[in-house]
Design a protein. Structure first.
Length: 122
């Protein structure tokens, strides 16, 4: 699944570059949206994000593209591979700037881990 975000002035640090923490927050948010849309009716919480690799920065006005793909699924958890690209709005060219893996666990109404696919009642 792909998501898009425009880099705005409030997203920048004092050097004029995107704050890494903003990017990590968007990765978490868009990955959660992906899990929720792929598994409707299930509740997910973030449990891990592996090595976050910042390859390049992003500037004011860049359009960021979040490419989120399921990479592993267990009984109660799911992992996504996330790659972020910046798009040059003048040429349409995309350049990879970031990658990571993020894992969610499916939870019940009390916050306990629950199967992603509940067992059918017999």
């Amino acid at each position: 699944m792909r998501h898009h975000k425009l880099v705005m002035p409030g997203d920048l640090n004092h050097y004029g570059y995107l704050f890494g923490g903003h990017l990590l927050s968007w990765v978490d948010e868009f990955s959660w949206v992906t899990a929720t849309q792929e598994y409707p009716g299930r509740k997910f919480v973030t449990i891990a994000m592996d090595r976050a690799v910042f390859k390049k920065g992003a500037d004011l006005g860049n359009i960021l593209i979040f490419d989120i793909r399921e990479s592993e699924k267990g009984r109660t958890s799911i992992q996504y591979e996330v790659t972020v690209f910046r798009e040059n709005i003048e040429t349409g060219d995309e350049e990879r700037i970031f990658s990571t893996h993020i894992r969610f666990v499916c939870v019940d109404g009390e916050g306990h881990s629950a199967p992603i696919h509940p067992q059918a009642a017999s």
